[in-house]
Write a protein that binds this ligand. Structure first.
Ligand code: KG4
Ligand code: ZN
Length: 356
């Protein structure tokens, strides 16, 4: 089957065409992503209104580009998948409305995909990773440890009670005047800093759930910075290194706890899978390798372009759902908040069940 996927939940406008064969293999025919980073950079974070307008302006051309590159005509599609949440409401409306229009005009099934489910299933597109596996998702908007037990079957083991990990990196960078997005800049500074110079807290370490809390760490860093201001270049590097070390330690502790919960409830995972922009961080990547190694399982890290937001992951999740007959009606609603801990079902019951 061939699926068009549309992604507009945050600050990337994405469209892709993905093929899924009978035996469950995936092939990306096109994957076009337009990042809005430059439009948000001066504000140090994503501005929802700017994001929504940018999606409106870009989406039609991005979809046309993806269809052209894939060399696929609309009648040849088997379905139209769109990220219907969670995310910023303006972008969700743009993506969902566009997807509905295409589905209606060309009489194709609509698949309203949970964006987190799409991140969770990407490892099956890239590596055919068998269920069940543990997902560590860390981006600017999300921090989750999930048991991925099957399509539409997830166990939420941990999340953040305040900032997402990427957001904490971004705020740290902003505080230190490094720019946006902050993660790569903090990582670069950290390479020539002393990770032991500042004694920052390891929030939530040792707790029995696998949750994260990062706002206290951010505050502790700010207080340390204020104590020694004005900051020299070495001070900034040392603060970045100490921050990155603290986050890495927290990730290690929380992942080990998440894995313990997974094994108690489900059994042995086939792999640890990572997703989200933060997974590009080498110190954090090292932690993921180490935790997987301890358990004798592999770490599956899809290529960076598929770890960050993109249309291919939405198309693939749509294909996996369509293969199971999970489709949505044209009155599916955008869902700014849409946790994955229950079934990642559709926004409204599918047509087949309601008779509509
Ligand atoms: O998945 P992503 O590209 O977009 C969304 O958040 O949806 O993730 C972006 C986030 C930003 O917060 C960015 O600072 C962070 O991922 N990030 C990193 C690194 N590269 C990107 N954080 C730490 N280290 C990095 N190397
Ligand atoms: Zn995402």
């Amino acid at each position: 089957m061939i699926i068009l996927g549309i992604e507009t939940t945050c600050d990337e406008t994405g469209a892709a065409v993905v093929e899924r064969t009978e035996d469950g293999r995936g092939r990306i025919l096109s994957n076009v992503v337009l990042s809005q980073i430059s439009e948000h950079a001066e504000f140090g974070g994503v501005v929802p209104e700017i994001a929504a307008r940018a999606h409106v302006e870009a989406l039609d051309a991005i979809i046309a580009g993806a269809m052209r590159e894939a060399n696929v005509s609309y009648p040849a599609l088997d379905g139209v998948a769109v990220a219907a949440g969670p995310g910023l409401i303006g972008g969700l409306i743009v993506g969902l409305t566009t997807a509905k229009a295409i589905a209606l005009v060309h009489q194709k099934p609509l698949i309203a995909v949970n964006h987190l489910e799409a991140h969770a299933l990407t490892a099956r597109l890239t590596d055919m990773t068998p269920f069940p596996y543990l997902l560590f998702l860390a981006s600017g908007g999300h921090t989750q440890i999930l048991g991925v037990l099957g399509v539409s079957n997830y166990l939420r083991l941990g999340g953040t009670v305040d900032d997402a990990i990427g957001e904490a990196f971004d705020k740290t960078a902003k505080l230190l005047g490094l720019g946006y997005p902050g993660g790569p800049l903090v990582e670069k500074e950290a390479t020539h800093g002393d990770p032991k110079r500042f004694a920052l807290p390891r929030p939530m370490a040792g707790r029995h759930d696998a949750n994260f809390s990062l706002s206290g760490l951010k505050t502790a860093l700010r207080l340390e910075a204020e104590k020694i201001a004005p900051l020299s270049d070495q001070d900034v590097a040392d603060l970045c290194a100490s921050f990155q070390q603290a986050v890495s330690d927290v990730v290690m502790d929380r992942l080990r706890t998440g894995l313990r919960m997974f094994r108690d409830r489900v059994g042995m995972p086939t792999a640890i899978v990572c997703a989200g922009g933060v997974a590009a961080n080498q110190a954090i990547r090292k932690v993921l390798h180490r935790v997987a190694f301890e358990l004798g399982i592999s770490l599956v890290a899809p290529p960076p372009a598929l770890c960050t937001d993109n249309g291919a992951m939405i198309a693939w999740a749509g294909a996996e759902r369509l293969a199971l007959g999970l489709i949505d009606s044209l009155d599916a609603v955008p869902r700014p908040r849409w946790p994955l801990d229950q079934k990642a079902g559709p926004g409204i019951p599918p047509i087949a069940q309601t008779g509509r």
